[in-house]
Design a protein around this ligand. Structure first.
Ligand SMILES: [Zn+2]
Length: 336
């Protein structure tokens, strides 16, 4: 029989973690921009300190992932899946194939951290996660792709076996997204809950991303109707100059608040209403349309996949990438 816990030591470790984690609200790994993860951390009560490098190495070779089984919600059914297979499938779903190995490794560690945290917080209880990328993390059955693709993903998972990201001893909310458009957002400014490790950082070199810059054009009548449905108090006088009022921006360059039709909307609300790529947008009104020009793709909090790839191309390691996007964190084995 296969079990989720490898050993008594691991079980005790996770019991401690579970007590520390409590049960928070919805989390979100791979974006889309709906409800916020509860990024605020409760006080950690872990007893294990940071491990030294040689100890970490020894544990990495112990094949943690292959022996840790997760209940995964897939197509409405709960499937018991070992962490190695799960993470390989997540990499296949979440990262472009052409990305380099250090980026895949950074992504593997972020996704492992995300799923273990979700497991501890009983997201989808009794499942740990689902395979819907709009909710948790996407997943592609590794058996359905070419051997070369599968091997590349599996190699990244194996090379980071058991490694997770912690801040102050607690697993972090390892959020990630496609591209920031140049700068990421602080969690506090997007979701209202602060996390010391989720701050706004520069993220250069993402220009090759398909949605680095994008445009969404909405017919003016739809624009007005959509806003009116959201807030009936809006008004749109003949002079369009009065339609757009004050705009406040976040540190990461996203729209925090914007006044439209005399009413204030959050950038996230506007993003949701008009299915924008991100909250980093400018708005231009023409005679017939509202044109949103967006920068970046995703919630833009945490690790930028295209930014990570740019760092990998410069020769940075997966650890350097993770420590750039998640500030002040430790990368260490999951087993305590
Ligand atoms: Zn889910």
């Amino acid at each position: 029989m296969k079990h989720a816990f490898l050993s008594a030591a691991a079980a005790i470790g996770f019991a401690v973690l579970l007590a520390a984690a409590g049960s928070r609200g919805a989390a979100r790994g791979s974006d889309a921009g709906a409800d916020a993860p509860s990024a605020a951390e409760s006080a950690a009560s872990l007893t294990a300190g940071a491990r030294t490098e040689p100890e970490a190495e020894a544990l990495v070779k112990a094949d943690y992932d292959g022996r840790f089984f997760l209940p995964v919600l897939r197509d409405g059914e709960i499937e018991s899946m070992d962490l190695q297979t799960y993470l390989t499938g997540v990499l296949l779903a979440e990262l472009p194939e052409r990305f380099s190995q250090q980026t895949r490794m950074a992504q593997a560690v972020a996704c492992r951290t995300y799923v273990l945290r979700s497991y501890l917080r009983r997201r989808h209880s009794p499942a740990a996660v689902c395979t819907n990328s709009g909710c948790c993390q996407g997943w592609v059955d590794p058996q359905t792709v070419s051997p070369a693709r599968r091997e590349a993903a599996l190699a990244a998972v194996r090379a980071t076996d058991g490694l997770v990201i912690r801040y102050g001893g607690e697993l972090i909310e390892a959020t990630f997204f496609s591209c920031s458009g140049g700068k990421t957002e602080a969690a506090a400014e997007v979701w209202g809950s602060d996390a010391a490790y989720l701050q706004s950082v520069e993220s250069p070199g993402e220009e090759s991303a398909a949605h680095f810059r994008d445009e969404t054009e909405i017919p003016l009548t739809d624009f007005c109707q959509t806003l009116r449905a959201e807030n009936p108090a809006v008004s749109f006088p003949a002079a369009k100059g009065a339609w757009v009022g004050e705009i406040s921006l976040t540190t990461g360059g996203g729209v925090s608040r914007i006044e439209l039709g005399g009413q204030v909307f959050s950038g996230r609300t506007v993003r949701r209403l008009f299915s924008l790529r991100s909250t980093a947008f400018t708005l231009t009104l023409t005679d017939s349309s509202a044109i949103f020009a967006t920068r970046g793709c995703g919630h833009r909090v945490g690790m930028s996949q295209y930014g990570a790839e740019a760092m990998a191309q410069e020769g940075k390691s997966f650890e350097e990438i993770l420590k750039w996007y998640y500030r002040g964190v430790d990368i260490e084995p999951a087993e305590l």
